[in-house]
Design a protein around this ligand. Structure first.
Ligand code: GSH
Length: 329
C-alpha cells in the first residue's frame, strides 16, 4: 500500500544479481532517481512479494503503482524516460539478449555452480558457453561493440553475465586468446565511474527505513529554482532553428556525455571562469525546470559538490531568459 502512494519509483534490488545490475545501469543512464530497497534473497520483503508474487529481483514499482518485474522491461521503462546515449537506437538487441538470457545463462549456471547440478558435466557447459562468448568476441573485434560502433542495449544487458562468467574462472577467461576483444569490452564497461555507482552498497531494507536514493551520490533537483546553462552563441542559434539544444558542455554533446551540464545561480560565475572565459560570444540560458520533460538529476562531482544535469535535449521553449553577462544574474 505504501508503494502505491510513493511519488518516487521504488526499486527492489540485490547488489550482485546480474538482472538487477542491468536494470540499475539503465536507470543510472536515464537520469531517473529511484528509492532503492536492497533485499536479501532468503528474506524477501512482504511489500515486494505483494507487488510481484514471483519473487525475483529487480522489481520496479512506478510512482503510479504500475509494477515492472522483468529486468529488460525495467531497462525499457528507464530508457523511455530518457535515452541520452541512444542505446535503444543503436541496433536490434533482441537476438543477443535472447541468447544471453537463454543458452548463455543456462551454461553459466551449470559451469559456475556445478555443485548444484551434480548430473551435469561442468566441462561440457563451459565449452558450450565459451562457444557463444567467442562469437560475441568476434562481433566486438569487428565492430567495437556488440551491435556496431557504439554501445547499445545489447552491451548494457549482457555485460553483467559476461562478468559473472569471468568471475567463475578469472585465470582461464583472462588467458584465452579467443576472448581478447571481449575482455577489453568488459573492462571498458566495468572500469568507468558508472560501474562503481551502480555497484554501491546499500544495507538491506526494512519497512519503516528512511528512503535511500539510487544513485546514492545523487539528489533531486528543486523545481522552484531556475537553472542555467552557458552556451556558445552559434550553438544557441542552431538550437533556435531546430527547437532543441543538445550541447552538453563546451566541445561535447549530449550523446557523448550522457546529460547536459547545468548550474544553479550561485554556480554560474565559477563555471564561466573555468570553462568559457575565452570562448568568445556566449549566451547564458535561464531555464524553467517546470518546462522540461526529460529527467533532471543533481549528481556529485569528485569534489563532493552537486551540479544539476538534464538527461535529454533542452527544448528551446524551456529557456525563459537569455543573459549576455554571466556576472549579472
Ligand atoms: N527474468 C528475470 C530474472 C530475475 C532473476 O532471476 N533474479 C534472481 C536473482 S539474480 C532472483 O531474484 N532469484 C530469486 C531467488 O533466488 O529467490 C528478470 O530478468 O528480471
Amino acid at each position: 500500500m505504501q508503494d502505491m502512494t510513493n511519488s518516487r519509483p521504488v526499486l527492489y534490488s540485490f547488489r550482485r544479481c546480474p538482472y538487477a545490475m542491468r536494470a540499475r545501469g539503465a536507470l543510472l543512464a536515464s537520469g531517473v532517481l529511484v528509492e532503492l530497497r536492497e533485499i536479501q534473497l532468503k528474506h524477501k520483503p512482504q511489500s515486494m512479494l505483494e507487488a510481484s508474487a514471483k519473487g525475483t529481483v529487480p522489481v520496479l514499482v512506478c510512482a503510479d503503482g504500475r509494477v515492472i518485474d522483468e529486468s529488460l522491461d525495467v531497462m525499457h521503462w528507464a530508457l523511455t524516460q530518457a535515452d541520452p546515449q541512444n542505446w535503444l537506437t543503436a541496433g536490434d538487441a533482441t537476438d543477443l539478449i535472447a541468447e544471453n538470457d537463454g543458452p548463455l545463462k543456462h551454461h553459466l549456471d551449470r559451469f559456475k555452480y556445478s555443485d548444484r547440478y551434480p548430473d551435469c558435466s561442468a566441462d561440457e557447459h563451459r565449452e558450450a558457453g565459451l562457444c557463444i562468448l567467442k562469437r560475441w568476441n568476434e562481433l566486438i573485434a569487428q565492430q567495437g561493440w556488440l551491435l556496431g560502433d557504439r554501445l547499445s542495449l545489447a552491451d548494457a544487458a549482457l555485460w553483467p553475465f559476461v562478468r559473472q562468467w569471468r568471475i567463475a574462472d578469472p585465470q582461464a577467461f583472462d588467458a584465452d586468446p579467443d576472448l581478447e576483444s571481449l575482455r577489453i569490452w568488459l573492462n571498458r564497461l566495468i572500469e568507468g565511474p558508472a560501474f562503481d555507482r551502480l555497484m554501491s552498497r546499500f544495507d538491506p531494507w526494512q519497512p519503516g527505513d528512511a528512503p535511500k536514493l539510487f544513485p546514492a551520490d545523487a539528489q533531486s533537483v528543486p523545481l522552484d529554482q531556475p537553472l542555467f546553462h552557458l552556451a556558445l552563441e552559434q550553438d544557441w542559434l542552431k538550437a533556435q532553428a531546430s527547437g532543441f539544444y543538445s550541447v552538453s558542455t563546451r566541445g561535447l554533446n549530449l550523446a557523448q556525455v550522457g546529460f547536459i551540464h547545468l548550474s544553479w545561480r550561485d554556480q554560474v560565475v565559477d563555471t564561466f571562469e573555468r570553462f568559457y572565459a575565452d570562448a568568445g560570444s556566449i549566451r547564458l540560458l535561464e531555464i524553467d525546470p517546470l518546462r522540461l520533460n526529460s529527467p533532471l538529476r543533481a549528481d556529485s562531482i569528485p569534489t563532493g559538490l552537486f551540479f544539476p544535469h538534464l538527461y535529454g535535449p533542452l527544448p528551446v521553449s524551456a529557456v525563459v531568459d537569455i543573459h549576455l553577462d554571466p556576472y549579472k544574474v
